[in-house]
Ligand binder design. Structure first.
Ligand code: ADP
Ligand code: ZN
Ligand code: ZN
Length: 725
């Protein structure tokens, strides 16, 4: 007779094999599903998650190995999250093991359980400050508990602690809620505008259960205020709210705004910039149901929330919701799926919805709500003017009209922003004698000129390779080498020459790379220590600068020529957003766009602040071309040392897909738009179908067959609903 004490558990592990692994365990319980386990794997030891119990394994008992330990100190992952991981793994054609393990905070993926597991919580009555995971003697723990029991404590008041406690505090093992120290400053909710009231009434009046809403509202129309009211209702009903924001948009400002509105609630923010300790502590607050509001970037969409009642996806069109490696999920789409599964409301908000989302609203899959005017009584939408650079020649990138406007703004003491989506000094170094341009030796790309330590440097934005610019042309020997075009650095120089008295600040990836640099810049701007900002899209998002009244846009036309069919959608969203920075409060704003195509319909729609017209027109083009959202795509990418190798793999893949459901199109393999990066040759194969279910039905067995292929140094990946080419 088989011993009843021996159970077989199915364990998901982070291995590339698309399967689960069976292990023996003496005393597994059904409640262990969703718990972490330590298991032997080959000669190693891995952390996995139990996904099921089975009566018997297909593997004979003698060959099964035993679980080393089940972590019963942590709550198991809720079933809802397990299902979410399964859905994502299936939909994105990715193995369940790595998908599931990727949901855990990094600290929980390490083999040792004890130090990370919470051994004590010291909660204040208000639940504001607490400590977790204190691997310490009881006295220190008591001391901290006493300290925290008196109420919220600011970090600086913990300085009396002995060194080890301070260390843990720094590592995030012990947490003091910094926000609680300033929690006395609360923010009264403004009276809603009539438009906001209508929107809110519709939202609250809808039947309970799943509804996906698209809240289309121009920048500054008060969408966030609507979210806050919805969250208030959700919390009042004893539920948790999950709010997603793009990485760059999840600013301390935004977190503060939520904290001020809900000073007595536990707010957790989750993003990739956190230390492992903070991330773990926040995540555990969610898992254990202590968190009321989660404010996070795309990775937060998988957060376990046992009382989830509402999901908000702010700036739902933002490309940063798409994960570009591993499990290539789109957090907005996962959010909608999660809401449906949990039978709750999801609100997608944007001034420029993704065309997929807009189409879903038009097909009544999502319900559409609109806010067409700015919420602030005095704020109006900026005036958008197109400057024809065929007649108003832009010397050094700046047209006369823009120079004049900048000067006027300076004289009035108002702030301006010059927006150019190119960092560095100039996009290319070019030989006037033979036309040779600076190529990256490792990539199919130009090397960009950067100012560097008083001189110049050539830098590749794809592989990072940096080198000194050549003295003479490597092709013809000519000394007449010139930078061509403009980058943020060159525009900064030009502006400094033109307006010597102006205080100029450049905001791009290079100047904001250092931790905290961006926050400091934002303060300088808000404190009006800056007259002219030069920046890339980094400045475009979600910041309120009331003194900013002029935005000049240069170099936008380039996106109109792009081979990527989504380029114009992106350009429109970007320009709407950057234009939205102008005139947020009492002062009217102006946007000047330099272009050689002043009559382009995209710019016309932009000048009219007319997203729907732009969307409808672009959707008609997409329909004619059978591009998404009128078809569904998946992209098989391969890269290898040689193009022949990459293409050969894709040819095989093409061959393996010979038999497929009707209506699933397999294109011929082609080199990628960027055919070489860091000496890897890249190619791709597009799969397309108007039927989502047929596409999925084709992909699953096909990907399984691809996994069987031996392919040496070749790497491949499948991207379902790709955004990039
Ligand atoms: P969005 O999220 O659509 O960009 P916000 O909710 O951030 O808009 O609102 C834009 C600005 O208008 C903010 O400064 C906000 O405080 C203000 N605001 C929002 N709603 C109101 C209102 N009903 N009355 C007055 N000001 C408001
Ligand atoms: Zn030359
Ligand atoms: Zn390169």
């Amino acid at each position: 007779m088989k011993s009843t004490l021996r159970t077989v558990v199915q364990v998901a592990l982070d291995t590339p094999l698309d399967r689960l692994f069976d292990y023996l365990v003496a005393d597994a319980l059904t409640s262990d599903v969703g718990r972490r386990v330590r298991v032997p794997f080959g000669k190693r030891e891995l952390v996995g998650v139990i996904v099921g119990l089975v009566d018997s394994s297909t593997v004979p008992d003698e060959q099964l190995r035993a679980v080393i330990e089940i972590d019963r100190q942590l709550a198991a992952l809720p079933r809802e999250v397990m299902q979410l991981a399964r859905f994502a793994a299936d939909y994105y054609q990715y193995p369940l093991g790595p998908a599931l393990l990727a949901l855990l905070p990094p600290a929980l993926k390490r083999a040792k359980f004890r130090p990370q597991a919470p051994t004590a919580y010291a909660l204040t009555p208000a639940g504001q400050a607490y400590c977790a995971a204190i691997p310490v003697r009881a006295t220190a723990q008591r001391r901290l508990a006493e300290l925290l029991a008196g109420g919220p404590v600011a970090a600086e008041h913990l300085t009396g602690l002995r060194a080890p406690l301070r260390d843990w505090l720094n590592k995030g093992l012990v947490m003091a809620d910094h926000g609680s120290a300033s929690r006395l400053v609360t923010e009264p909710a403004p009276t809603l505008t009539e438009a906001q009231q209508n929107v809110l009434a519709t939202l609250l009046g809808a039947a309970d259960g799943f509804t996906a809403w698209l809240l289309h509202g121009v920048t500054g129309s008060g969408k966030t205020e609507v979210y806050l009211r919805l969250i208030e209702r959700t919390l009042a009903a004893g539920k948790q709210a999950l709010v997603l924001a793009p990485e760059i948009h999840l600013t301390p400002q935004m977190v503060e705004r939520f904290k001020r509105r809900f000073p007595d609630r536990k707010l957790v923010s989750l993003h990739s910039g956190l230390s492992d300790g903070d991330r773990l502590a926040g995540w555990l607050d969610c898992l254990d149901g202590r968190a009321d509001i989660v404010l996070g970037t795309r990775l937060a969409v998988f957060t376990p929330l046992p009382r989830l009642g509402l999901i908000v996806v702010d700036e739902e069109h933002d490309a940063s919701y798409k994960q570009m490696e591993g499990l290539r999920y789109h957090a907005r789409d996962v959010a909608v799926w999660r809401a449906r599964q949990s039978n709750i409301t999801v609100v997608l908000g944007s001034a420029t919805p993704a065309l997929e989302t807009w189409a879903n609203a038009k097909r009544h899959r999502y319900r559409l709500l609109s806010l067409t005017e700015r919420a602030h009584a005095q704020a109006s939408l900026p005036e958008v003017r197109l400057i024809d650079t065929r007649t108003d020649k832009a010397a050094l990138g700046l047209s006369d009209a823009l120079r004049k406007a900048l000067l006027e703004n300076l004289e009035r003491g108002e702030q301006s922003l010059v927006f150019i989506n190119r960092r560095g000094y100039a996009p290319v170094l070019y030989c006037r004698a033979c036309g040779q341009v600076s190529e990256c030796p490792r990539c199919a790309a130009h090397q960009v000129i950067h100012r560097h330590r008083g001189g110049y440097q050539l830098r590749c934005h794809h592989c990072g390779l940096a080198s000194r610019p050549p003295e003479a042309c490597p092709a013809c020997g000519s000394l007449d080498l010139r930078p061509a075009g403009q980058g943020t650095q060159k525009v900064e120089d030009t502006l400094a020459d033109l307006f010597p008295a102006a205080r100029i600040l450049r905001v791009d990836r290079d100047t904001t790379a250092r931790r905290g640099a961006f926050a400091a810049m934002r303060e300088a701007i808000a404190g009006h220590e800056v007259d002219i900002l030069v920046g890339t899209q980094i400045v475009a998002k979600g910041h309120d600068f009331p003194m900013l009244t002029l935005v000049g846009v240069i170099g936008a036309d380039q996106a109109l020529m792009s081979a990527d069919f989504r380029a114009s959608e992106r350009l429109f969203a970007q320009l709407m957003q950057v234009g939205g920075r102008a005139g947020r409060a009492e002062r009217a704003g102006r946007v000047l766009i330099q272009t050689e195509y002043p009559h382009h319909p995209l710019y016309a729609a932009l000048a009219a602040h007319d997203y729907p017209t732009f969307a409808e027109r672009t959707l008609r083009e997409r329909k004619l071309a059978e591009f998404p959202p009128y078809s569904h795509q998946a992209l098989l990418r391969a890269d290898a040392r040689s193009m022949a190798e990459a293409m050969a793999f894709l040819e095989t893949a093409h061959e393996l897909g010979r038999e497929r459901p009707e209506g699933v199109l397999l294109y011929d393999p082609v080199p990628a738009l960027m055919p070489r990066i860091a000496n890897r040759e890249r190619a791709q194969l597009l799969i397309q179908s108007v039927s989502r279910s047929r596409l999925q039905a084709f992909l699953t067995p096909w990907v399984a067959a691809l996994r069987e292929q031996k392919n040496g140094g070749l790497r491949w990946s499948l991207d379902v609903d790709p955004l990039d080419w």
